[in-house]
Ligand binder design. Structure first.
Ligand SMILES: C[S@@+](CC[C@H](N)C(=O)[O-])C[C@H]1O[C@@H](n2cnc3c(N)ncnc32)[C@H](O)[C@@H]1O
Length: 353
C-alpha cells in the first residue's frame, strides 16, 4: 500500500506542471554542511532556480563568502514574474550572476539580498519598497526559455564547476545524463525511485553517481495552494503555506563525503532459513539492509535503500534485478521466492570476504 501511494505521487509529478515544488532552506542546509571544502574558489550553477524564489540561490548567496565561492550563476525556466509560484507563463527566462569585481568585491553585493526577508521575497508584492527590482539584484534576461538543455544554458553549464539544485523530476534521466556528459560535479535532489532508472543505475554501478548524506526522513516541499495532491498524508499546511511530500526523496551527487567511506556495521550471520535463494537468480535475498550477513561471500539481493549505506570499499554493485533477469531470460521480471515477485533489489557482493 505504502509503495503504491509513493508511486502514485511520483507519477503525478511526472505529469502536467507537477514539477513546481520548492525545496526548503533547512533541507538544503542539512545536506550542504557536509560539502563545505568542495566549494572554495568554485563556480556554482543552479540551473532550475528562479533566484527570486529558490532557496538554493538564497543558500549560496548568503554563504558566498563563507564558502569562498568564485561565482554563483542562477537561471530559471521561463519564469519572469516575481511571485513565488510562477507557472512558467513567460517564455523568456532570467539569470543572475554573483562574482567579484577587480577589487575582489562581490557584485551585486549579497548583503542587499540578506537585508530582505524571505517572506517579503515570497510575497512578491511589487509595490512593497522592500522587494528588490530585478536591476537592483542584477537580474538579466536570457535570450531563450532557460531550459537546461538549451544552448544558452549549456554555455553557462560549461562555466560551472558544481551544479546544485532540485531539477524537474519528470526530466531527471536527461538532467543527470547531461551533467555526466559535461563532466560536472553536482549535488541534486531526486526521488529514490530514480535509482532504478536504467540511465541512472548505470552511473551508480560505475561509481559515477552516489547518494548524498541526508536521505532519510520526510522532506516537505512548498507548493501552490491548488497543487493537486492526491493523498492527504502527503500534504500539510503550516503558517498558511501548503507543503507536499513525495515519499522518499534523496540527494544524488558525485562529490565525495565522509559517509560514503564508512563501513556498514554487519552483525548477522548467514543461515539458510533467513536468507533464501531466489527462484530465478543465484543470489540470496536480504530484506533489510541492516541484516546483510557478515560472512556471506556470494551475491546478495538487497533493497534499493542499501545505496544510502553503500561504501564502495566494502561492497561491489553487480546489477539490478530486472536488467539481470532480462539478460538471462529475455523476459522482464523481478526476483521471485516461491513464485512471489519481490520489490526492487540490487545485487551486491561483499568485497572484504
Ligand atoms: C522540483 S522544482 C524545484 C525548484 C527549485 N530548484 C527548488 O529546489 O526550489 C523543478 C524546477 O525546474 C523547473 N524546470 C522545469 N523544466 C525545466 C527545464 N526544462 N529546464 C530548466 N528548469 C526546468 C521548474 O520550473 C521547477 O521550478
Amino acid at each position: 500500500m505504502e509503495a503504491k501511494s509513493k508511486n502514485t505521487n511520483l507519477h503525478s509529478a511526472k505529469t502536467g506542471k507537477k514539477d513546481e515544488f520548492y525545496t526548503q532552506l533547512t533541507d538544503i542546509e542539512r545536506e550542504l554542511k557536509h560539502y563545505r571544502h568542495h566549494f572554495k574558489d568554485k563556480v556554482v550553477y543552479c540551473n532550475c532556480d528562479d533566484p527570486r524564489i529558490s532557496n538554493f540561490f538564497h543558500f549560496f548567496s548568503y554563504n558566498f563568502e563563507f564558502l569562498g565561492l568564485k561565482k554563483l550563476i542562477t537561471t530559471c525556466y521561463k519564469n519572469q514574474n516575481a511571485d513565488l509560484f510562477s507557472e512558467n507563463k513567460s517564455e523568456q527566462a532570467i539569470c543572475i550572476e554573483y562574482k567579484r569585481d577587480a577589487e575582489g568585491k562581490l557584485m551585486p553585493y549579497p548583503e542587499y539580498m540578506k537585508s530582505i526577508s524571505q517572506e517579503a521575497l515570497y510575497k512578491g508584492d511589487k509595490d512593497n519598497p522592500n522587494i528588490p527590482n530585478p536591476e537592483d539584484i542584477g537580474i538579466k534576461k536570457l535570450e531563450k526559455d532557460g531550459d537546461f538543455r538549451s544552448q544558452e544554458s549549456i554555455e553557462l553549464l560549461k562555466q560551472a564547476d558544481i551544479v546544485v539544485t532540485n531539477p524537474p523530476f519528470s526530466l531527471f534521466r536527461e538532467y543527470v545524463t547531461q551533467l555526466i556528459e559535461y563532466d560536472k560535479k553536482f549535488l541534486i535532489v531526486g526521488h529514490q525511485n530514480a535509482i532504478t532508472y536504467k540511465e541512472v543505475f548505470k552511473f551508480i554501478k560505475e561509481n559515477k553517481i552516489w547518494l548524498g548524506v541526508d536521505n532519510g526522513g520526510t522532506k516537505w516541499f512548498r507548493v501552490q495552494d491548488h497543487y493537486d495532491i492526491a493523498t492527504e498524508t502527503r500534504k500539510k499546511v503550516e503558517n498558511g503555506q501548503q507543503y507536499f511530500s513525495m515519499g522518499s526523496v534523496v540527494w544524488f551527487t558525485n562529490l565525495l563525503h565522509k559517509k560514503r567511506h564508512e563501513d556498514l556495521i554487519l552483525y548477522k550471520t548467514y543461515n539458510l532459513e533467513e536468507y533464501p535463494t531466489y527462484d530465478n537468480y543465484d543470489a540470496i535475498n536480504v530484506d533489510k539492509v541492516t541484516d546483510i550477513p557478515m560472512d556471506y561471500a556470494g551475491f546478495m539481493g538487497v533493497p534499493i535503500t542499501f545505496l544510502d549505506k553503500f561504501n564502495p570499499e566494502q561492497f561491489e554493485i553487480i546489477g539490478m534485478d530486472r536488467p539481470l533477469i532480462k539478460k538471462m531470460t529475455g523476459k522482464v521480471s523481478r526476483f521471485r521466492i516461491n513464485g512471489k515477485e519481490l520489490y526492487a533489489r540490487i545485487i551486491i557482493k561483499n568485497k572484504k570476504l
